[in-house]
Design a protein around this ligand. Structure first.
Ligand code: DAH
Length: 344
């Protein structure tokens, strides 16, 4: 090989360096191009055999090729090292979007879900939603609802009184009906409202009772409202909530704040009316009370019973959830056992 071949050697060398796919290939290229047994080293050794006047020129050309090759080698090495490092990092990367542990998402309690579904249903029928306090006065909870002090029907609602003011003047509301009073006092008719909320009774917990549960109350006051409107509203709501094959019926009952009063029953949702243990083989389940708002109650709230009439109804929300999901024991609704509440 002779010094005239240096440009070609350089060109081929640079091409090989550029083509080295990894550090190992580059290492081999380096040995072949500038290593101890390379052509370049051989030419270097032969410099001494040249005629003295040729040596400087040949030496310069040799050096320039060597420099070009070593620069290209170190540049390529840097690029390959960087790529190797990036590949290493990529392989070591922790994908934090795939953590095996995911915290479980919470959701509303079954009773709250049931309450919201009932609210939605009535809102869809044009009702507003109203709320009242859970610590209520005896006047709102009983007297204004046509239950004067010493009225025998009071004893049916085992009241928890609070030590506040005069004895037995403030209590934990036993029903949502006092919110009717608050709504009627707050606004003139026409009124179309539902009033959901928690109520309290001095009850020992058992499979069918909790000392606290939720009710939803309905109140309509307008001109010319009749018992037919009440029956139609209950039936519309029943079918919308439980399904078209579930109907309702009214049976005479007594409530001091309505006259006439009724209990409303719906087709047993468990046996679809065929008769089962839950409905005592009647095919019907009692859901709540209702009736035409008593004229005394309207008058107490400053509404003229000659001009306006209305109906009201009230029923337990927990009981609805119990029926819908065939819950054997009501106490699980208050236990907050995640195995139960997580099912809904
Ligand atoms: N407040 C009654 C109860 O807790 C239920 C009820 C009956 C509400 C008749 C009403 C009604 O609005 O008209 O047992």
């Amino acid at each position: 090989m002779d010094y005239d071949a240096l440009p070609q050697l350089q060109e081929e060398g640079l091409a090989r360096i550029a083509a080295a796919a990894d550090l190992a290939e580059l290492h081999d290229a380096e040995a072949d191009l500038v290593g101890r047994s390379s052509v370049l080293a051989d030419l270097q050794k032969r410099l001494g055999t040249l005629a003295p006047q040729e040596r400087p020129g040949a030496g310069q050309r040799l050096n320039s090729t060597r420099r070009a090759l070593t620069e290209a080698l170190s540049e390529r090495r840097r690029a390959l090292e960087q790529a190797a490092r990036a590949a290493e990092l990529e392989a070591d990367r922790l994908d934090l979007t795939e953590i095996p542990y995911r915290p479980r998402r919470g959701h509303l309690h079954l009773v709250t879900q049931t309450q919201e579904r009932l609210e939605d249903l009535f809102v869809g029928m044009g009702y507003t939603v109203a709320e009242g306090p859970e610590a209520e006065t005896d006047w709102h909870n009983f007297q204004a609802l046509n239950l004067p002090v010493a009225h025998p029907a009071r004893s049916s609602q085992d009241t928890l009184y609070l030590e506040w003011g005069e004895p037995e003047t403030v209590l934990l509301r036993t029903q949502t009906s006092p919110v009717q009073i608050r709504v009627m006092q707050a606004q003139p008719p026409p009124i179309y409202s539902v009033m959901p909320g928690r109520v309290y009774r001095k009850d020992t917990p058992d499979a069918r009772h909790n000392p606290t549960f939720s009710q939803i109350e309905g109140l309509v006051v307008d001109r010319g409202i009749t018992f037919g409107d009440l029956a139609g509203t209950i039936d519309t709501f029943t079918r919308a909530y439980f399904g078209p094959d579930i109907s309702s019926r009214l049976r005479p009952a007594y409530f001091p704040f309505t006259e006439p009063s009724a209990e409303f029953e719906v087709t047993c949702v468990l046996c679809r009316g065929a008769g089962c243990r839950t409905c005592s083989s009647t095919g019907w389940i009692e859901l709540g009370g209702c009736g035409m708002v008593h004229p005394n109650v309207l008058a107490t709230c400053g509404i003229d019973p000659e001009e306006w009439s209305g109906f009201a109804f009230g029923f337990g929300i927990d009981r609805q959830a119990q029926m819908r999901h065939a819950i054997a024991d009501m106490r699980v609704l208050l236990d907050n056992d995640i195995r139960f509440v997580g099912q809904f």
